[in-house]
Design a protein around this ligand. Structure first.
Ligand SMILES: NC(=O)c1ccc[n+]([C@@H]2O[C@H](COP(=O)([O-])OP(=O)(O)OC[C@H]3O[C@@H](n4cnc5c(N)ncnc54)[C@H](O)[C@@H]3O)[C@@H](O)[C@H]2O)c1
Length: 431
């Protein structure tokens, strides 16, 4: 598959000549399901690095680096590409920005796809493309398991190492993205993601109507971390119920790794409800929040050793390596971090140790549920919150299915998503 005539040494182009490749691959639901395991895929690892905590999911460092104006670590492919089961992929060199932009529509079987637009640095343009293919496929699973009538898609704007976007070029990048989204005619809707903001989505909206999560200030639905943390809270209660017999968080030992947008909101709520909290963050400034909440602080990298009823990964993906899992002193894992398992086999490893795992893409779906339902005007805020809170029941159902079939909760969650894609579950919403 030749994507462009350039040497593959740069994911941006100094040329203004647009390079536009469209790949169409319309698939039936059955074909999508033939490789349904591959969408639960891991994100790229940093260039030259081993796959360790922090490498799989750049969300937290990205946001932190972005906000602090620091440089992002480039990422390169350390992982195989998924089978190509995508319906359509737009790969362009932005007409204005000269940046490499991919819009990947994995599946519209359940409706117009929804997934964020990532802005990140990659060592090679093919890494950015690979990320888009993996992440869009993962969104098909997440949206299906969440009971949304929404397919899976994702956009990636790739920067070369060392590229710093000034305000004008950043604006150009998101205008270019808007054009690429528009080219899919509504089959894909974009939103903020790692490295992008609600303000960037406002820029996208100048070129396409197929964008959700605009800033509150213009009447948009804003940042989705609140609904995400609500969904995590309900999933955590369902998980506690399974391991202790009681969903109540009061007095339960809960360790949160990562006090960002989602983790901090969760920590405040759990503290208010009397949980016995241990927290950590690589950012030492977060100790202030720990002190405010009366939570114990664990030095980063040691939090998994603290005895806990539930361990909550809320920072980076890939935190749960084999070594960490083998030493994890918790009865269950339930948190918002995408891809907390460094390896898919981690689900079996946790199960072998008797540690219950609530699958990430079910637990953290509150944000996408919120964005989709607000965009479609399907309910009041209270009704949408109730749908998000229903993640707790989805988690219970997954634990039940896993126990009944003798599989891990991860497999049960994948099967739930697959059943919706096959049409075996007819109701539009599971939760
Ligand atoms: N924000 C959402 O609505 C949303 C939705 C779905 C999934 N997620 C996922 O949830 C996770 C948290 O999202 P967020 O929006 O709160 O991100 P964030 O960037 O606001 O916060 C992440 C926090 O984790 C900390 N951190 C980074 N590395 C760490 C480490 N090794 N140990 C401990 N702390 C570490 C960071 O300093 C930061 O404070 C991410 O994996 C994200 O992809 C978020």
């Amino acid at each position: 598959m030749k994507l462009c005539g350039r040497e593959p040494d740069d994911c941006s182009s100094s040329s203004n000549r647009p390079i536009h490749v469209r790949i169409d691959n319309f698939r039936t639901a059955e074909q999508l399901l033939g490789t349904r395991r591959s969408p639960h895929l891991w994100e790229s690892a940093p260039a030259g690095g081993t796959i360790d905590a922090g490498c799989r999911n750049a969300a937290a460092p990205e946001r932190t680096a972005h906000k602090a104006g620091r440089k992002r670590k480039p990422m390169t492919t350390a992982l195989p590409l998924p089978d190509f089961t995508h319906e359509r992929v737009e790969v362009i060199t932005g007409r204005r920005s000269g940046l490499f932009i991919t819009v990947a529509l994995h599946s519209s079987v359940l409706g117009s796809a929804l997934g964020g637009a990532r802005l990140w640095t990659y060592a090679h343009w093919s890494d950015a493309l690979g990320d888009a293919l993996r992440l869009s496929a993962a969104m098909t699973l997440k949206n299906a398991a969440a009971g949304l009538d929404a397919g899976g898609g994702k956009a990636v704007i790739g920067l070369t190492p060392g590229t710093e976007l000034d305000a004008a070029r950043r604006r150009d990048a998101f205008l270019d993205l808007g054009d690429a989204v528009e080219a899919l005619g509504g089959l894909y809707r974009t939103a903020e993601d790692v490295g992008s903001t609600t303000h960037d989505m406002l820029v996208v909206s100048e070129r396409t109507a197929h964008v959700v999560g605009l800033p509150d200030a213009v009447g948009g639905s804003g940042e989705p971390a609140g609904p995400t943390s609500l969904g995590v809270y309900e999933a955590l209660r369902a998980t506690l119920e399974r391991v202790t017999g009681d969903p109540d968080v009061a007095g339960r030992r809960i360790t949160i790794s990562g006090l960002g947008q989602v983790g901090s909101r969760l920590a405040v709520r759990l503290s208010t409800e009397g949980a016995d909290l241990t927290v950590t963050d690589v950012n030492p400034a977060k100790r202030d929040l720990a002190a405010e909440l009366g939570a114990a602080w664990a030095p980063p990298g040691t939090e998994h050793l603290v005895p806990a009823d539930v361990f909550v990964p809320a920072g980076l993906g890939g935190l749960l390596t084999d070594e960490i899992i083998d030493r994890l002193d918790a009865r269950a894992v339930c948190g918002p971090a995408n891809n907390p398992l460094a390896d898919r086999d981690g689900a079996d490893r946790l199960a072998a140790r008797g540690i219950l795992y609530a699958p990430d893409f079910v637990v953290n779906a509150g944000g996408v549920i919120y964005l989709d339902l607000v965009a479609k005007q399907l309910g009041t805020r209270a009704e949408i919150d109730a749908r998000v809170a229903g993640i707790g029941n989805t988690v219970r159902r997954i634990f039940d299915d896993a126990a009944a079939r003798g599989v891990t909760p991860l497999e049960a969650a994948e099967e739930l998503a697959a059943a919706r894609l096959r049409g075996d579950i007819r109701e539009p919403a599971l939760i």
